[in-house]
Ligand binder design. Sequence first.
Ligand code: KMH
Ligand code: ZN
Length: 275
Amino acid sequence: MEKLIITAAICGAEVEKIHNEYVPYTVEEFVREAKEAYLAGASIIHLHVREDDGTPTQSVNRFEEVIKAIKKEVPDVIIQPSTGGAVGMTNDERLQPTLLNPEMCTLDCGSVNFGGNEVFINTEDDIKYFAEKIYSRNILPELECFGKSHVDQVLRLRKKNFIKGHMHFSFVLGVNGGQNGEERDFIFLKDSLPSEATYSVAGIGRYEFSLAELAIKHGGHVRVGLEDNIYIEKGVLAKGNKDLVDKVVKIAKQYKREIASPKEARQILGLKEIY
Ligand code: KMH
Ligand code: ZN
């Protein structure tokens, strides 16, 4: 089996320090969380940024500041900025970090009730607009799917050539409003992909480690992090993103799945070798 790519989603736009004190807000905190996750085995950092007071922002200047500081400490890690941002942001606001030409970024592939009563809007025209900007900046999109209808949307857009090149999916399962993250949900989604595609799973809350284990067993890749889940086990808060990555590495060892370095992750995803 391919080596395992671990993505650390270190911050998100919703979780706050009142939920887990290790959620990063300041540049120093971002560097700490990214570096420790990398040292634990993460080759990709899925990145949202915040103002120092915790307010989510898609400001290109803030992304630049945080990415530069992380890269100074861990130059070879793959940075994957979010273009999802937070619910309610405009498309151009969300797209700002792509102006920095990162290697990867997310592309959200459908709308979903988010956390119950909010709606995370990604219409077909929105997806086409994001895709056009992302490909024109030579960025590999991670195709974020909150359910099966989003996978179907990607495959329809692929036929019309709006989605190009290597397809790397991320199944984000367990959002209140999206698809659940039970084994049958996972199997349904992974079996819907063309054989040449790669995928990662991000289980929200209680689904984080059960989905990680399924992906490890079936040859997929894994995302964990405080964006998705703040607990290392039921009722016990994780002491930072590294705890969550450590736990995935332990599960991978049980299945004899080796962990991919950033260089190996680039090979698997078809990214240019820049280190
Ligand atoms: N914060 C969510 C509304 C992404 O990063 O692309 C969207 C999100 C998806 O987190
Ligand atoms: Zn995100």
